[in-house]
Design a protein around this ligand. Sequence first.
Ligand SMILES: [Zn+2]
Length: 166
Amino acid sequence: MCGQRRCLTCGERFSPRPQNPGQRYCSKAACQQDRRRRWQSEKQRTDADYRDNKRYAQQAWAAKHAGYWRAWRDRHPEYCERNRVQQEERNRRQRSAVIAKKYASEADLCVPSGVYRLQPAGGGVIAKMDAWMVKIDVIARPYADGAGAGGGLQRLDVMGREDAGG
Ligand SMILES: [Zn+2]
């Protein structure tokens, strides 16, 4: 039928209201709610002022309701305990990642050219993989400012293959 279009949310046909000829969502409550949610996430993504305003509003709300959340946490100790454990786990993972990165960048600076035996580390299925004999030529050092990050080892020649399983 002329003048009808499909709702972007439910896909059903509807007639736009005369005062809103550009209407893209039908008038069902769920579809209007979806329209608002999409609008908000689009604003959140693209509009810095919107993000700032929202953050200030949330901070103001939180300050005003600090007592509410304290009381809520007192009534839900099991939630707080789980949250604390999860946060510790996140912190631990992040520390490990930072340390691994530090060692990796130190290794970049220390590996001399030469022939290396490349052997899978760790247990399980991976340990069954073959070891490789490789020749590594360091042809440039990474710059201290990190512009050449990962550039320490720029060539890796496979010389031969060794059966690690024996
Ligand atoms: Zn709809």
